[in-house]
Design a protein around this ligand. Sequence first.
Ligand SMILES: C[S@@+](CC[C@H](N)C(=O)[O-])C[C@H]1O[C@@H](n2cnc3c(N)ncnc32)[C@H](O)[C@@H]1O
Length: 304
Amino acid sequence: MTQKKPNLRPEIDFDSLLSQGANTYDSAVGHWWHSRSMDLPHRRAYKHIAESTLAFCQAKSLQPKMILDYACGSGAILGDLLQAFPKAHLIGLDGSRQLLQGVAKSHPDLSELLDQHDAFHAFTKPVSLALTSLPNFRLPEQLCDLVFLIFPNLVPDPKHLGEFNRHGYCNKKDNEVARMLARFREMDPDDETVTMDPEDFFDELMTARVFSRNLRHLLRPGGMLVRVEYSQANRTELTDLTQWRSLFGEGALETPIKGEKCESFFRVVDSEYRKSKVIQDVFHQTGDPDDKIGGYMLTAFEAI
Ligand SMILES: C[S@@+](CC[C@H](N)C(=O)[O-])C[C@H]1O[C@@H](n2cnc3c(N)ncnc32)[C@H](O)[C@@H]1O
């Protein structure tokens, strides 16, 4: 007799919880994320991300003084970053009070919960934490040398539609390019990864681009952004269309689409793929067994 394998997905209604905005993780999702981010595959991934970034900075003779973790969650990478960059000041921003209070409580000597202005200007400990809904264009401009966006899962806040509209969501050229990228389909239907309606996909592309504008807002010119996303391959192995769609959202698309060229505010400088069980975070949310295999992709961008 064959034994049925247990289904190890947590019983969390991700679909409804992940539509509730910046404080979505003040819920069962936050408890789920806290335990995921502390397990061995995640701890290995955070160590690798910090060490790879350090090696990259050394190769380019960069010595970051102000490092920001955008949507830092339970702050699981902060210890690795402090070890890799002992002279830098670290800032962690997130919309979840529950997760930030957890970080401050477990590292009282190293971290303090401050308001968003003091986190950049009036800190007394190596790590400042600040509660904020993201994107936030009122945060100090161009102060950071290095910004991380790791396993983002950003949930746009329905209360902050105005912030999106004021910061590029309605940009005419971007809208034209996003509409084409949302409508185009892969030449080989087996390569198509997008199943959603073009209007929803358009919204996803434009929303991603506003978050990227906010990341650029925080970085000084020449500063570095490290994005780490769940993936099943390195970006260079993906089809042209999939790469253009990602680059558009990242603010780094240099290729004109049907003669239309939108503004680039980042340039890709390096990327790396690593197999890892962290991909199972995606399986927990989708329940699709294909999402059990893969890892993460780390991309370094220069702010231009
Ligand atoms: C999957 S967790 C990743 C956390 C962290 N980067 C890590 O690797 O541990 C996503 C984080 O994004 C935060 N978040 C999602 N949407 C947000 C928003 N609109 N504003 C602020 N934080 C948000 C959540 O609170 C959560 O901590």
